[in-house]
Design a protein around this ligand. Sequence first.
Ligand SMILES: Nc1ncnc2c1ncn2[C@@H]1O[C@H](COP(=O)(O)OP(=O)(O)OP(=O)(O)O)[C@@H](O)[C@H]1O
Length: 273
Amino acid sequence: MDAIVQDRPPKFQETKGFQPGPLGTHITVRGLNKSFAGQPLYQDFELNIPKGKITCVFGPNGCGKSTLINMIAGLIPLDSGLVLFDGKTLKQTRIGYVFQNYRDALFPWMKSRSNIAYPLKLAGYDKAAQEARVNELTETFGISFDLDRYPYELSGGQQQLVSIMRALAPHPEVLFLDEPFSALDYEMTLTIRDTLQRIFMNTGLTMVVVSHDLEEAVYLADEILLLTKRPTRVAELVPFETERPRDAQTLASEYFVQTKMRSLEIFQREVRR
Ligand SMILES: Nc1ncnc2c1ncn2[C@@H]1O[C@H](COP(=O)(O)OP(=O)(O)OP(=O)(O)O)[C@@H](O)[C@H]1O
C-alpha cells in the first residue's frame, strides 16, 4: 500500500480516496477523465482489470476502446485520473503493446530479428542475451520463416507474429493488443489467435485485447469488458470461465453461445440507448 500512497498524485489524493480493486486485480483505473475537442469521452471512469487473465474490450464504434488501452499503456495522456498496476505506476511496470497496423509498427529498416530484439537492446541486454531471447521466442512461436528478412519481405500474418514476439521479448507483465487480427485473413487470424492463447497459457500474463468481433472476443476472454456509448462507462463485465485450450468445440458449446448472446444483448441495449 505504501507504493500506492507515494504514487498517488496530490491532486487526486485531495479529491478522492483511492479504492483498491477486489483481490486478483492487476490494473486499477480511477477517476479517469478524457475529452477530445471539448467533448467528453471518459468522465470519472473506474475499472479493475484482473491479473493473469485475458480481458477483451468490446463496445460501440467510437466509444473509446483504443483510447482506453492507449491511456492505460501511456501512449496518450489522460486529462486526469490514476492508473496503477498492482499498485505500481506505469514507469515501474513492464508492458508490451501490439498495434493493429503491423505495417506501421515494425521498423522497416531493421531485419525482423532486430525488430524483436529492439526492446531488449533498450533494456540493456547484451548481444548474447538478446540473441538467446529471440531464439527462445522463435522456438515458442514455432517460427519457420527467416527472421533475417526485413518486415516488407514477410506476409501480413508473419509481420504480426514478429510484432507480438517483439512485444513479448522483455517479459512484460501486461500485454495490450489493439485489434490484433483486424488486418489479417481468416486463416492467419485463427493461427495467431491460438498462438496468443498458447502464450497466455505458458506465461499467465495479463492480456487486454481490443476487439471488433464479438465471437473472437468471447473465444479468447476470461472476461468481456462491454463499454457504453460516450461518455463511456462500463456497461458490464461478462465472465467466460471455461477451460483452455479453447478450440472449435468451445465455439459450439452452450456456454459459449449463451455468453455471446448475453454480450450481444448488452451491446445492443447500449447502442440503442
Ligand atoms: N486524437 C484525437 N483527436 C480527436 N478525437 C479523437 C482522437 N482520438 C480519438 N478521438 C475520438 O475519440 C473517440 C474514440 O476513439 P477510439 O478510436 O478510441 O474509439 P474505438 O472505440 O476504438 O473506435 P472503433 O470502434 O472505431 O475502433 C472517437 O470519436 C474518435 O473520433
